[in-house]
Write a protein that binds this ligand. Sequence first.
Ligand SMILES: [Zn+2]
Length: 304
Amino acid sequence: MSSAPRKLSRLWSPSVAPDLPALPVREIIGARPGPHLLVTGGVHGDEYEGPAALESWFGELEPAKLAGRVTLLPVVNVAAWNARQRRTPADDADLNRAFPGDPAGGPTARLAHAVWSEFIAPADAVIDLHSGGIAFMHLPLAGIYAGAGDGAKKMAACFDRRFRAWLVPDCPGVLSREAHRVGKQVAGVEWGGGGALDPAGVSALLAALNRCLVALGLDDTSLSPADCDPRPPVAGNYETAPAAGIFSAVVSLGDEVRAGALIGTLLNPLAGISTPVLAPRHGQIGGLAHRAWLEAGDRAFYLG
Ligand SMILES: [Zn+2]
């Protein structure tokens, strides 16, 4: 196999998931040996900053200046993407709760298994790019897991003060969590949501991704270190709506709230019921529901 630096672009169809559409693969093979970085977007089909940033980045990267290999999967769940929704239409499953997957499972479990085997297993470092999707709006967060290795910490330090540091919750089946558990250097990233594309998010992601190449040793040109937000990481979890209703928040992304503080109300005009949504503990608002109507149990806010 030639070791010449080059870019490759292809469609890849996993053999265990022939019922699902092929996914685009972008690869950059550097001029010298080095680490293998995988960056994923579109694990949820209604998130846009990650896919937009990866397509732009693929156009900019110069293989002759790089070591190692960069694999970009701008849209991992193409069936969900084509439906403009978070979940895989065929089985209404969330791909980001399905890793490392199951070759004998449903379409989503098989896709997870195929992506895991083909792309995550051979990578040294993994960055998974998300947004809040149609239903949610996230504070920009650049996260690592408890017990993260030096490579992950170096990647986290590449995200400048447009992002808050994040301790990603330990949630089984999440791509980044499962990759972290098998020893990959991992970063999980959120920006925006609401089904929109924020161009500022694309710019911020591109700056961070370029710094990650330097931090991981794929690029030996010098980049100034990121000017990071010095505050402690946002660390917490999603809180759910206690009842169905129109969610009207009285807090904003980034606000600090005390235990018992009012986050918003859920108004059900047909039943004439208004249900308060309260903070279960002190924390920062790391995300808020974007869709007006919430069912009981839907994600209402992220308290970090
Ligand atoms: Zn997502």
